[in-house]
Design a binder for this molecule. Structure first.
Ligand code: ZN
Ligand code: ZN
Length: 312
């Protein structure tokens, strides 16, 4: 079968034996290229395994599923609290980084990774469940309510999914985006124009110091900044503004479980309620045989790419 791996620093489709061993076999239907894949590729972190942590497919009986690509040890206090994204064992067991990910014809996953899709959600679009879960988790940590005004800094896939989830919560949401295509997508998803009136919650969805500074400027006194973008390096803090306004900065990483519901389950349900999302954010679909083109398109902001997806 085919799998996308890093060969000489480039994402390349190689022929590998089908996965063997314990687990549930999933036939891949869609796998998204994530900004962190681009970054990890550059850092040389994706050298051993099949790439891809945003993916969905079908079980052998045909039922569609999305995949939660992380798991903790399951036994420590952190895992039992539902915060398995913080468990030290999690970093050692992530599909894409420490085991084979989803850019392949078939993937073998542990049974707990399966996220059943509600009726009406196509596995071809369900690679969006993972980035939606990033937003669900961040807003859960921030205690987002429908009466709050939200600004999102960054019009990439993380910013757009944050917009879509906050709209579903009932919030009025504005997006600060750099590119025309990102602004158009945000409008389709119900964003209102950005104003200078301060916001209750500002989402930092760009992962840069300038976005964090902009977020602090737009946040109201006593408000919250939710950091959904990953900081790979130290970033400068807009210290004076954070202090004077007593802003709470809420970093957020991946997803976990709140009571019986995983953020991934909530995200799958959310996708069923936002049928316009796939059309608005999946800007490119490439065959599994063209990963170099897919990654180059995702890396080139001028291409108009928001979410680039690989398909079998
Ligand atoms: Zn990702
Ligand atoms: Zn644990």
């Amino acid at each position: 079968m085919r799998a996308v791996r890093c060969v000489h620093g480039r994402p390349t489709t190689v022929e590998v034996p089908p996965p063997q061993g314990e687990g549930v076999r999933i036939k891949m239907a869609s796998a998204g290229v994530c900004g962190s894949d681009l970054h990890m590729l550059e850092l040389g972190m994706l050298n051993a395994f099949t790439i891809g942590h945003e993916f969905a497919g079908r079980l052998e009986d045909g039922s569609p599923v999305a995949i939660e690509p992380i798991r903790g040890c399951g036994a420590c206090e952190i895992c039992r609290a539902g915060d398995y994204n913080r468990c030290p064992a999690t970093l050692g067991d992530i599909a894409d980084i420490s085991r084979d990910g989803g850019m392949a014809d078939e993937v073998l996953m542990w049974p707990e990774a399966l996220v059943r899709l509600p009726a009406g959600v196509d596995a071809r679009d369900a690679c969006l469940v993972e980035p939606l879960a990033i937003a669900v988790h961040g807003f859960r940590r921030a205690g987002l309510r429908g009466d709050m005004r939200v600004a999102v800094i960054g019009g990439g896939a993380v910013g757009q999914t944050a917009l879509a989830v906050a709209r579903l919560v009932g919030c009025e949401v504005a997006v600060s985006a750099r590119h025309d295509g990102q602004r158009e997508a945000a409008e389709r998803l119900g964003a209102v124009p950005l104003t200078d009136q301060p916001y209750d919650v500002v989402v930092e969805a760009a992962g840069t110091a300038s976005a964090l500074a902009d977020a602090a400027k737009r946040c109201k006194p006593g408000g919250k900044i939710v950091v959904l973008g990953t900081y790979w390096d130290p970033v400068e803090m807009p210290g004076f503004e954070l202090s004077m306004k007593e802003i709470t900065v809420v970093p957020s990483s991946m997803y976990g479980r709140c009571g019986p519901a995983r953020d991934m389950d909530v995200a799958a349900a959310a996708l069923a309620h936002i049928p316009e999302l796939p059309d608005a954010v999946i800007t490119h679909r490439f065959p599994l045989d063209a990963p170099a083109e897919a990654f180059a398109t995702a890396a080139d902001r001028a291409s108009g790419a928001i979410k680039v997806v690989l398909e079998p």
